[in-house]
Design a protein around this ligand. Sequence first.
Ligand SMILES: Cc1cc2nc3c(=O)[nH]c(=O)nc-3n(C[C@H](O)[C@H](O)[C@H](O)COP(=O)(O)OP(=O)(O)OC[C@H]3O[C@@H](n4cnc5c(N)ncnc54)[C@H](O)[C@@H]3O)c2cc1C
Length: 468
Amino acid sequence: MTVQGLFSAKSSAAAHISAVPRIAIVGRGFSGMMMAIALMKTVRTPFHLQLFDPNSSVSGGQALSSARSSTILNTRVRDLSVSLGDTDDFNDWLCSNAEFRAAVPAAIPGFRQIFVPKEIFSDYVYQRFSEALAARKDITVQVCHEAVVAIRRSHGSRFLLESANPANPLFDTVILATGYGAREAQEPEPVTTPVRAQRLVARPHTVLLGSGIRVVDQLQQLRDAGYAGQVTIISKHGFLPQSHTPNSADPVFPAEALPEALPEIVRFIRAACREAENEGRSWQSVMNGLRKHARSLWQSLPAREKHQFNRHLRAIYDSHRNRLPEAMYARLKSELAGGSTVLCRGVAGRRGLSGIFFKPARSQVEELLHAERIFDCRCRAPDLTSPLIQTLVNAGLAVPDELSLGLAVNQRGQPCLENGTMVDDLFAVGPLGVGSLPDIDLVPEIVSQAYGAAERIGERFYPKSKAV
Ligand SMILES: Cc1cc2nc3c(=O)[nH]c(=O)nc-3n(C[C@H](O)[C@H](O)[C@H](O)COP(=O)(O)OP(=O)(O)OC[C@H]3O[C@@H](n4cnc5c(N)ncnc54)[C@H](O)[C@@H]3O)c2cc1C
């Protein structure tokens, strides 16, 4: 569900609420909307909330609602609750939805183990946002359709946000939830590049760049739309997503202390997976268990080993943590086995008139792959060179993490500076913290971070706050 202009009535109140604390959320993706829900449910005293995003709609997360309706989330319902302490909230929402129940009658007694389309998840998030807002007559929420281009300290510890609107007031707290960067309204996802094709191959040919879930999603969308041509997937490391298990893979992990050095850690995890398989459990259970240790493990690694992990192991880790629902995985396997889709390891280069240049792994020679269409399905990383992030870094309000994958943040998203101090009234939530907090690009981790940040905001500025 996408609603525009929902808050115009409330926003008129914004002019006379300068006495209450003012909070800005920059970005209305899932992280921004989740942060708004967490604030409304956690901070008990009145406040004014302003949500910035150049995309004009308000939904359960821009990227999620703009995804094609048929695309399936690769996380089970049981892991997608946006309610703190109530892991069944999404399942309950689905159970109370007569239309959904009628469409998926087999899922008895509940839907915890199934995978649902992104659009449904977006509707759920949006409904929880609307309910949280309706329950708070004491707050005001204003939606602004502008990108924020700079954030500066002003009037002591307050923040001035610069956007196309020159009249922006000051804020006491700012939450950056800019994820993978500005998303224009109706931006197609993923980006496709039409190429003027010379028909040098007998069969229509499409190239997909990347190796994550988005590649598989794109491939299956093409087939569902009737495309019968050849597909080539170009992936730097050549690891496609692995499969989920048919049933729940409850987390397990060895009780022994983890070794300290990266190679031993890898051996330890491999051995744990083998052992789990031998005992009739799955390696997926071990990967689920590993996620609970991932943060402390990552933080304990020296920078050199973090670099090593990033270069050699991240692609393998990603292919094992971001898994495909079994049916999608089976479809992918049969595509590859039948030869109508081919996976090529190598690096994609510049576009030519009739295709794309490509350097196969272990080769120094670039080849031209002829193709009518090229879809770029590679994961985007947070853009640290954006003017917004640059103003923060230049003002000493944030620093990149050791690997410059994102900003250095603590669990709650507060920027950690080089001298070891935290910036207290500024937060960077979601994928912006991906270099400091493994898996912070995933829904469960974003949910718990949002509540942690909201609690901190409540404690610091509104000491009598407690959860409602
Ligand atoms: C198609 C898809 C499938 C997914 N599947 C899963 C899944 O199965 N399981 C799971 O756990 N997670 C899933 N996710 C979640 C995903 O992994 C991301 O982590 C999540 O979408 C991050 O949301 P975000 O709001 O931080 O970033 P984004 O979605 O990138 O949103 C950032 C928002 O900030 C806005 N913005 C950027 N810069 C500015 C600026 N300067 N001023 C104002 N606004 C700005 C952008 O316009 C955008 O709307 C999926 C996401 C997508 C898109």
